[in-house]
Design a protein around this ligand. Sequence first.
Ligand SMILES: C[S@@+](CC[C@H](N)C(=O)[O-])C[C@H]1O[C@@H](n2cnc3c(N)ncnc32)[C@H](O)[C@@H]1O
Length: 386
Amino acid sequence: MGDFSKRSKIIITCMKRLAPFLRQEVEALGYPVVRHFQTGLEMEGTLADCIRLNLNLRCAGQVLYALKSFRVQHVDNVYDTVLKMPWENWMAAGGYVSVTSHVNHFTINNPLFVNVKVKDAIADRFRRETGSRPNSGPKLDRTVVHLYWHEDLAEVFLDTSGETLAKHGYRKIPGRAPMLEALAAATVYASRWDRATSFVNPMCGSGTLAIEAACMATRRVPGLLRTNFAFMHLLGYDASVYEQELDAIRRQVTDTSVRILATDLDADAVMVAQVNARAAGVAQHIEFRQCDFQDTPLPQPPGVLFFNPEYGERLGESVALENTYAAIGDFMKKKAQGYTGYVFTGNLELAKKIGLRASRRVEFYNGTLDCRLLEYELYAGTKRIA
Ligand SMILES: C[S@@+](CC[C@H](N)C(=O)[O-])C[C@H]1O[C@@H](n2cnc3c(N)ncnc32)[C@H](O)[C@@H]1O
């Protein structure tokens, strides 16, 4: 049976450019981080720690627990090494396993081929040791094995998450161009919002930013909304560790009197945002309104004013959006004095139309699109760019 108290290397993956925010989250849970890199970080811990990480992290993708690392020249070395690993200690012969990989080696042009080799080695090991073998396929809802292979180094992990942690389980209806929840959470962290002053989100779309802000203010973490993780399907899994952590995250939920506003011109978007907020358990903490962004109320004392306008990915659309970006600039300058304004966009040409000098620019990716979170200090004399 798998040992949930044995320490090993843990890799937590995330979207490109989220690693600094993921690092803050991991450190806030009390875990030292060994290093962070473009798409994740490395730390040390047990499978019991993985349970805690899975429940608490907003910016993560997968929590991977290392089983073995080895030198490799050819895919046959992967098969031979995986065959020698005691898989019968980790998963039931009658279970189900999925294999994922990240491969960068000159001999491999189709990583799916490597996944099949790993799956074959696990199945052959099971047949040899137990006479039967687990089923396998692409579903990530039970045991998941991950192979990382870069040049001559390979590492085999138990993926303790399965389905990505980047989705937080409250999006019942997607809406138009929604932000992925992990990205939205990271941008709210990047705004340095103090969770005590107002958070105002005009153009809220499906409500992701306001919902993430409300979850932060009330200390709700994604694990409250998810009931299945890959770690639950490992042999040796002790449900009491999960239940204790679930109990702890339930007890930490607090009330808040902070004002969080979400508005959108589109009535459907407001309805979708409300449905999603209800699913997240924070509808009572968000004031929704259907209105043009310029009619969004700005409560006192001022806090964060956060826009995620459309970027205009198709030709012609950006011309129409130029006026919108200019009007956002005007609104911030004339109506939002005392607030810190943020615009998250994937179109830096349009961003220039805002016409104010950004005090900070934080780099993100939305998928493969290079994006920026632009910060504007809005005081009476906020400078216009000529
Ligand atoms: C890119 S989406 C926001 C996505 C959102 N961050 C999410 O995660 O779902 C932009 C939103 O701006 C809204 N919008 C466009 N023009 C507007 C205006 N003049 N006033 C208010 N909302 C507007 C659209 O209805 C759309 O929902």
